[in-house]
Each structure stands twice: as structure tokens, then as C-alpha cells.
Ligand binder design. Structure first.
Ligand SMILES: [Cu+2]
Length: 176
């Protein structure tokens, strides 16, 4: 006597077999992903907007003397930066806008502090960096592309003795 296996049973067996294969593959895939997974952000260790680097005591973060900021159309992602005085701090700008932007710290609006003579231009979609090393004081920075400063593309850099390294977005950097 021949007992033919109903088509439905064969389909179920096939589905179970396929399911096991998929499960195995997905488990292996998951393990592989977990093995090389890295945090999506903050890997640079630089201070970014809404994030403060440095110990609670206010000493600079020795392992990451850097700040990351974004240039938008038409404002700086972080418009209030603080760095320690007389210390090299790398500042990295990502231009995420559609227009060219600049990061300028000149004698413009800076009457009582040293002219740092910084002028970094960053093309759309690109990243640029410069290094700040300044005596203590409050500095004005801005984008010198015509019209951008008037549209609000400026900020304040506070250089403080043994100060922290921070990048913040605030309503009024001059009042901070
Ligand atoms: Cu600009």
C-alpha cells in the first residue's frame, strides 16, 4: 500500500526546513553584527552640540581636545563654544547645508581680544578643520559669506583658563 504524503504536509515540512535555515542565517548574521557594532555617534570623542566634554571639575578633556560643529543654511549648529586658554583645540566643521560657509574669528566684533585671524571655508557636504589656541577672553565668530551673519550665522567662543571644552546651541550666545 502506498500512502502518499499530502501536499499540505510536504509544504509544512518544507516551511519548517526553510525556517530553520533562515533562523540559522539570521542568528549568524546577528552575531556578526554584534561583533563589529560601533556606536552610531560620538565615536570621534569630540565635544558636540548639547554635549560637554571634560570632567565635572572643569578641567579639559586631555584625550579629546576637539569640538565638532555643523554649518547649516544659515546658522551654526553650536553657536556657543568654550575652550581652555592657551591650549590647542581642534575644531571640526561639517557643512551640512547647500551653501558655502565660513568660520571666521577676526577683528570683526572683537575689539578687546587678540585677532585670531581664523578663516575656514567649507564647501557644501564637506568637512573642514582648524585649530584654536587663544588667550582667555570672549570672542565673536561668524560666517563671512554675504548675508549669512545678518541671518544669524554667528556665535560666541569663550576661552577660559582651565576651561572645559563644550559646544552648545543657545538662544542668545552673547547673554550666556
Ligand atoms: Cu554661512
Amino acid at each position: 500500500m502506498n500512502f502518499p504524503v499530502p501536499a499540505r504536509l510536504r509544504a509544512i515540512a518544507l516551511a519548517i526546513g526553510l525556517g530553520c535555515t533562515l533562523l540559522t542565517v539570521s542568528l549568524l548574521w546577528g552575531a556578526a553584527q554584534a561583533a563589529d557594532s560601533t556606536p552610531a555617534s560620538g565615536t570621534s570623542g569630540c565635544a558636540m552640540a548639547s554635549e560637554t566634554k571634560g570632567s565635572p571639575a572643569g578641567t579639559p578633556a586631555a584625550e579629546a581636545n576637539c569640538i565638532e560643529d555643523d554649518m547649516h543654511d544659515i546658522y551654526f549648529g553650536a553657536n556657543l563654544l568654550t575652550v581652555p586658554a592657551d591650549t590647542d583645540v581642534k575644531v571640526i566643521f561639517h557643512n551640512v547645508g547647500a551653501a558655502e560657509h565660513t568660520f571666521v574669528i577676526s577683528d570683526h566684533n572683537n575689539q578687546d581680544v587678540e585677532n585670531l585671524d581664523i578663516n575656514l571655508a567649507v564647501q557644501p557636504g564637506e568637512t573642514g578643520e582648524t585649530t584654536i589656541n587663544a588667550p582667555a577672553g570672549t570672542y565673536y565668530f561668524w560666517c563671512d559669506i554675504p548675508g549669512h551673519e545678518a541671518a544669524g550665522m554667528w556665535g560666541i567662543l569663550k576661552v577660559e583658563e582651565n576651561g572645559p571644552i563644550t559646544a552648545q546651541s543657545v538662544d542668545d550666545p552673547k547673554a550666556a
